[in-house]
Design a protein around this ligand. Sequence first.
Ligand code: HEC
Length: 280
Amino acid sequence: MKTLAKFLTAAALSTALLAGPALAAGKVKNAKDIAFSFEGPFGTFDRAQLQRGFQVYQEVCSACHSTDLLSYRNLGDHGGPEFPEAQVKAVAAEVEVQDGPNGDGEMFDRPGRPSDKFKAPFSNDNEARASNDGALPPDLSLITKAREGFHYPWYVSPFIKMWTGNGGPEYVHAVLTGYTDPPEKEADHAPEGKSYNAYFAAGPWISMAPPLTEDGVEYSDGTKASVDQMAKDVSAFLAWAGEPKMEERKTMGLRVMIYLLILAILMYLIKLKLWRDVEH
Ligand code: HEC
């Protein structure tokens, strides 16, 4: 009887673990897991990847999406893409920024400085909608924090996500690479001007046409710019944008754990000393 109970529990557990993800996926497809360098308690960003990701962001995504929370100087910050200062200045100087008023009370345009925020492609949401068939391209500053790539039933979700994370960067990668022809039964009522993307959270129809094309950018480090590579790089860049101090947080966490370990050993030695002559 005992063996049977054990067997049943094991069977129930493994069904929950294995079949769960498939059942819970519902309409939005689970993103493909990617082994990013910045995952896990010791993971750090791959500088070269962040630099390539910025290039993709700059040359492709920034035509429609803003990233309000970043300033150009952040590109040179420790723990980020770490562009040299001269390059950060050059990138900032490429945009025109409105400043003022000057002595005559007039606003004027000047080249950007590292302290300026990333320039948004549109001056307000209505203009952004008007240029995108009524759809608003969301700000990308926190997109990897705001979206989840993985969906599991609630009773296993926290345990799996302890290892995999929420899959925010994977979500961005999946949206960028997940365009397909619609299934036959959906094809008949395809909304005009929209593409089919089973990974899009508010999908499956999306107003963003596939933004990446093979060799769409030319990487200066010689990496082949396949759609998959560009999607991975820009997802990593946006993961950094969402948490620019991640490396600092992990280093601090590690130091605190080492400190607590040393403290625990000291406390134990003190306890041994204090209780040495006491009968117990
Ligand atoms: C031509 C304009 C355009 C370009 C270029 C563009 N996007 Fe978009 N994007 C949009 C629009 C519009 C939407 C909103 C789609 C909708 O609501 O149906 C969107 C949606 C998205 C979403 C889904 C957001 C969500 O709410 O889950 C992501 C992620 C995204 N874009 C990332 C990118 C990245 C990364 C790039 C660069 C590789 C890029 N986009 C390039 C217009 C664009």
